[in-house]
Design a protein around this ligand. Structure first.
Ligand code: PEP
Ligand code: MG
Length: 316
């Protein structure tokens, strides 16, 4: 499919009515910057740093190893922005094979930012490594699964402490923009609070769907109920985008929804102008963008969100 679409690889992602759309890549390791650039991604919208932490029997990567990896990704993008997400382990991404069954409801347990805040030495190490990588290019620091104000304040304290530690060592580091993922309904319902504390937001639809619909995203027995087009999910996504736009803050979607060409027109109609996805999806989504007129999609998208049967409305 990528071969079939390679003729639009260098075409700017601009809609028929002249709206410029940012197409970013989701990556899991520094080498993934190569496929990202090969489809002309204009940055990395989500660097899942878990790969550094998982499958090593709980032995965590030290600051030097992490710094090398983050720096390699930053340098691999040649000056384009790289959004590095702090480690998101737990639930469907266990640190090692033995941990998933430790808890009855791992998706509701100590995962992502919760685990980071419970392991301050580990978290400070990762923050220092990211700050140091930021000396080599544009870095955005993204926090997964944030839901509480006190988590935000705690992270900001930890960031100040990480900078202090680097100062004491005389280490070089760079500035970062700070952002949060909106992937818990509680976060989607308190976007104005998030916007007071963060420079940008990124909607993680994979988890937002899981938590809104109470569907374990890795449980096959309920996968038929995992529905990106459920009106509740759409309302949370639409509301988040609208609040960010109203306040002039950048917002992107980095869950699977962003990489599904069947969703592109809807997200454009809701005002989304930044999409982050697996590199293999970028050209198919761009093809939809090149054919779209956002002026004509706006009222239709509102109707889809307000409908009791959005899927039935999508073809209209
Ligand atoms: C998401 O939840 O949509 C997301 C992008 O994060 P992950 O899939 O890594 O949980
Ligand atoms: Mg997630």
């Amino acid at each position: 499919q990528r071969g079939r679409l390679s003729h639009i690889k260098n075409t700017p992602a601009v809609t028929l009515d002249g709206e410029r759309i940012e197409l970013l890549a989701n990556i899991e390791q520094p080498a993934d910057t190569v496929p990202a650039l090969s489809v002309s991604a204009v940055g990395v919208g989500l660097f899942r740093t878990e790969f550094l932490f998982m499958g090593r029997d709980g032995k965590l990567p030290d600051e030097a190893e992490q710094y090398q990896a983050y720096r390699a990704a930053v340098e691999g993008m040649h000056g384009l922005p790289v959004t590095i997400r702090t480690v998101d382990v737990g639930a469907d991404k266990p640190l090692d094979r033995s941990t998933r069954d430790d808890h009855l409801n791992p998706a509701l347990g100590l995962r992502a930012i919760r685990w980071s805040l419970a392991e301050p030495a580990m978290f400070l190490t990762q923050l220092r490594a990211i700050l140091r990588a930021a000396a080599h290019g544009k870095v955005n620091l993204l926090l997964p699964l944030v839901a509480h104000r006190h988590e935000i304040l705690q992270v900001k304290d930890m960031l100040a402490k990480a900078r202090q530690q680097l100062d004491l060592r005389g280490e070089v580091y760079g500035p970062v923009r700070l952002g949060a993922m909106i992937e818990v309904p509680a976060a989607a319902l308190t976007v104005p609070m998030f916007l007071r504390h963060f420079d940008f937001l990124s909607i993680g639809t994979n988890d937002l769907i899981q938590y809104t619909l109470a569907i374990d995203r890795v449980d096959e027995s309920v996968s038929h109920l995992y529905d990106p087009l459920h009106p509740a999910v759409l309302q949370l996504v639409a509301g988040t985008i609208a609040e960010c736009r109203a306040q002039g803050k950048s917002v992107s979607v980095c869950g699977e929804m962003a990489g599904d060409p069947a969703m592109t027109r809807l997200l454009l109609g809701l005002g989304l102008r930044s999409f982050s996805m697996h590199p293999s999806q970028i050209l198919a989504v761009k093809q939809q963008i090149l054919r779209a007129d956002t002026r004509k999609l706006r009222s239709w998208a509102q109707e889809v969100v307000a409908s009791e049967d959005p899927a039935g409305h999508m073809t209209g």
